[in-house]
Design a protein around this ligand. Sequence first.
Ligand code: SF4
Ligand code: SF4
Length: 291
Amino acid sequence: MHQILILSGKGGTGKTTVASAFIHLSQAKAYADCDVDAPNLHLVMGSFETEQKQDYMGLKKAFIDPELCIGCDACRQVCRFDAIEAEPQYHVINIACEGCRACAYACPQDAISFVDSKVGDLRLLQRGDEHFSTATLIMGSGTTGKLVTQVKNQLKQAVDPNEVAILDGSPGIGCPVIASLSGVNLALMVAEPSVSGISDLKRVIASARQLQVPVAVIVNKYDMHEQKSADIEVFCFKEGIPFLGKIPYDREAVHSLNQGLTLDQISSNGAEAVKSIYSRTLDLVKETMKG
Ligand code: SF4
Ligand code: SF4
């Protein structure tokens, strides 16, 4: 499966707006939402005919058997994550437990075992020959990177190997972004024209380069700060990174998303810009795949 990933160094840059427009413009048969902490691509993807849903299990968590526990407090004292409470009886706070097993080693009664814990849902939606892979993680469960990998893997297994998939990436940096970037043909970075936007962009480009993923950059809402937008273009030029265009701030874009429409489906300057960017991205992907 060939993969075009839409990424940004932080949330709120318009990444999903661009990804959903690309999905609609390309009539993609395969796409995924890798933002498992706050997925929202489904809001503009309409309804699907079928859905396969499975529990996503995280680390096993400690469980204290109240029948065996004598209340010696050894487990609570050894837990570095403050995941054990003594009242009303000794018990584990699931969300805080890291599954390190220190409590079990400390327990003189062998009262602590480890049990599966559901930390999210993995979903594969289908409409004709179109597949949409997505997931939701329970807040604070901390296994985001692994779940992103599963979102991508289930899509890969469901579609033709020659299919070009559009992936809405995870925001920020770190584990989920590394998982989003892994194995993609092109990462299109959506940058915001601000001081923090430029520094986020540089960090996420550094991650992509470490994984040897080709990158390209666009700026969203460029007219909010034209000088910073120009700075991003200059940075790309100096670094030899393809700069594929800029999208103006578009009030209509917000309305369109609220109505379940992708940006390219409305008539606006933003829509025209995203169509041109899409066409340049396709050309670049073709070149990348040839190389
Ligand atoms: S497994 Fe580790 S984190 Fe979880 S309750 Fe035991 S000591 Fe604390
Ligand atoms: S160490 Fe074992 S016996 Fe002691 S309080 Fe914890 S669970 Fe109970």
